[in-house]
Design a protein around this ligand. Structure first.
Ligand code: PHE
Length: 451
């Protein structure tokens, strides 16, 4: 078989992996979770989890990929035949997420173009969002467009497509985020919101805070879905693995914190300090924020920059999802890139249509108040991902043993500084945490309590 493609440089690898990690989760989900679960306390808990738990799992996945030079299914199977099923489970996650993620990507494109072409007026009305997502031709059109963009970039390959796009989009994304955050902090009332964001509210902290932070960390770092295994398989053997993971985690966390800096004070000022405004969930980005932009000076321009930034974040994440699926198919069937891209696009479009129409003509299909899109999200994030992460940590901790991963990290004479932390996390702490996450998702699905 042909030699596997590689990221050409360490920077390219780090930016592509950070591109995967930085996505919609950082921009709308993180800020509203932080506001809901105790501000400063949530931030602190989140950061501790990232640098210990998230760090260890990310090291494990990237090392698995680089060691075997394969995507998830092949990687697990080549190390132990009995664990091929784990690769299949991990691969199911991006196959489920990619279609509905592209539906949301389409919404982001719609808002960006609306702000650019018509301004903020219509977009900030109460019914704009619900009308748009129920409008079949439009919702489908933007979904197709977003997936088309992703497919073309993935079609260009690891170095010429993914790496190039990440090297351009990620720095621009950082700059846009900083500009918007600084601007937002100048609006009247923003400082109180800032205080609200950073002050620890101990009364809002409970076991649920930790579980919410953990769930968010997984999703945000793109763990437990084979993505980091695939990207690791494209990483050069002499690149420092540990230092690269540290950079990716800080990039991801930094953007999440900055997104909070722009969203929490803006919404706080807009709602006159009404804390419940932050809890609007997904509606925050598409319903509340356009209203906030409408009240701002130069709101049309700031709104446009905001959705452009979100578009870059969503696109680089979608690219990693699609690349993971493409590489699984290529490893399995030996297809060339173009063939794999075409087939994956067709399948994903078909799988995405129900999520896309679930707010319009298929709106009658719901379960416990969840739309089709919500169901996909729940199945992947709350059920499959914790299972995959749990079995992966047991696999590494007790089947192949952490030594295998440590050797991979130390290739090329790099010292693995957090070796001890890694071993303890993977063997003992991660499995316990993961069982708790899993139990809490099941409990919340059964309506015992809501995260
Ligand atoms: N990590 C991305 C985010 O924070 C989400 C994502 C999930 C990306 C799955 C790719 C795959 O939004």
């Amino acid at each position: 078989m042909k030699k596997r493609s590689n990221f050409s440089s360490r920077l390219g690898f780090v930016l592509a992996a950070a591109g995967s990690a930085v996505g919609l989760g950082n921009i709308w989900r993180f800020p509203y979770l932080a506001a809901k679960y105790g501000g400063g306390t949530f931030l602190l808990i989140y950061i501790i989890l990232v640098v210990t738990f998230g760090f260890s799992l990310m090291i494990a996945e990237i090392a698995l990929g680089r060691k075997t030079g394969l995507s998830a299914i092949g990687a697990f199977k080549s190390l132990d035949k009995r664990f091929g099923f784990l690769g299949i489970l991990a691969s199911a996650v991006p196959i489920i997420i990619f279609p509905y993620y592209s539906v949301i990507g389409g919404w982001v494109m719609k808002y960006g173009t609306e702000f650019a072409i018509h301004g903020v007026k219509a977009a900030s009305t109460d019914t704009y969002f619900s009308n748009f997502i129920a409008d079949t031709p439009q919702a489908l059109g933007f979904f197709l467009l977003f997936m088309g963009f992703t497919a073309v970039i993935v079609g260009f390959g690891v170095e010429k497509g993914i790496e190039k796009v990440s090297k351009f989009m990620m720095p621009v994304l950082v700059i846009l985020t900083i500009i918007i955050a600084v601007y937002v902090l100048t609006i009247p009332g923003a400082m109180d919101g800032l205080k609200y964001y950073f002050t620890p509210h101990m009364s809002d902290v409970s076991a649920k805070t930790i579980l919410a932070a953990m769930g968010q960390m997984f999703y945000s770092m793109s763990l437990a879905m084979g993505i980091m295994i695939t990207y690791g398989s494209y990483m050069k053997k002499d690149n420092p693995l540990e230092a690269s993971v540290r950079q990716i985690e800080w990039f991801d966390t930094g953007i999440a914190l900055l997104a909070g800096l722009m969203i929490v004070p803006a919404v706080y000022a807009f709602s006159g300090g009404d804390e419940s405004a932050m809890g609007a969930g997904p509606g925050l980005m598409f319903i509340t924020l356009p209203k906030v932009f409408a009240t701002m000076h130069a709101g049309r321009f700031v709104g446009f920059l905001f959705f452009l930034m979100v578009f870059f974040a969503a696109l680089t994440s979608a690219i990693s999802l699609m690349e993971t699926i493409v590489s699984i198919f290529r490893d399995k069937f030996g297809w060339n890139r173009t063939k794999a891209c075409v087939i994956v696009t067709v399948i994903s479009l078909a799988l995405g249509v129900p999520s896309c129409l679930g707010f319009g003509i298929l709106g009658f299909i719901t379960a416990g108040g969840m739309s089709i899109l919500d169901m996909m999200d729940f199945a992947s994030n709350s059920v499959l991902m914790p299972i995959v992460a749990l079995v992966t940590s047991v696999f590494i901790g007790f089947i192949i043993t952490p030594k295998e991963i440590i050797n991979e990290v130390e290739l090329g004479g790099h010292v693995f500084k957090s070796k001890k932390l890694f071993t303890i996390m993977i063997k003992y702490i991660a499995p316990v945490f993961l069982i708790l996450i899993l139990l809490s998702s099941v409990a919340s699905a059964l309506g015992i309590f809501k995260i």
